[in-house]
Design a protein around this ligand. Structure first.
Ligand SMILES: [Zn+2]
Length: 71
């Protein structure tokens, strides 16, 4: 979490400037992505889609079972 000493405030990584400075006072923030660390890439991990696929397959199977109960 980017922390600004002069403002004594925590900023979310998305609310700081693109150069990693405080939006209030322009101070370079500690722990800011892109300054000391790699920028946070908001990328969906592959295992999320595995979970989505498994959940979708399960729900499809339950739908088939529910349809079979009607007959
Ligand atoms: Zn500040």
């Amino acid at each position: 979490m980017p922390w600004c000493d002069p403002c004594e405030k925590n900023w979310t990584p998305t609310s700081v400037g693109p150069d990693g400075t405080c939006p209030d006072c322009g101070e370079a923030l500690e722990g800011t992505p892109g300054v000391e660390h790699q920028p946070i890439v908001h990328k969906t991990p592959w295992h999320f889609w595995v979970g989505v696929a498994v959940a979708g397959a399960y729900l499809a199977w339950r739908a088939v079972q529910g349809a079979l109960l009607l007959f």
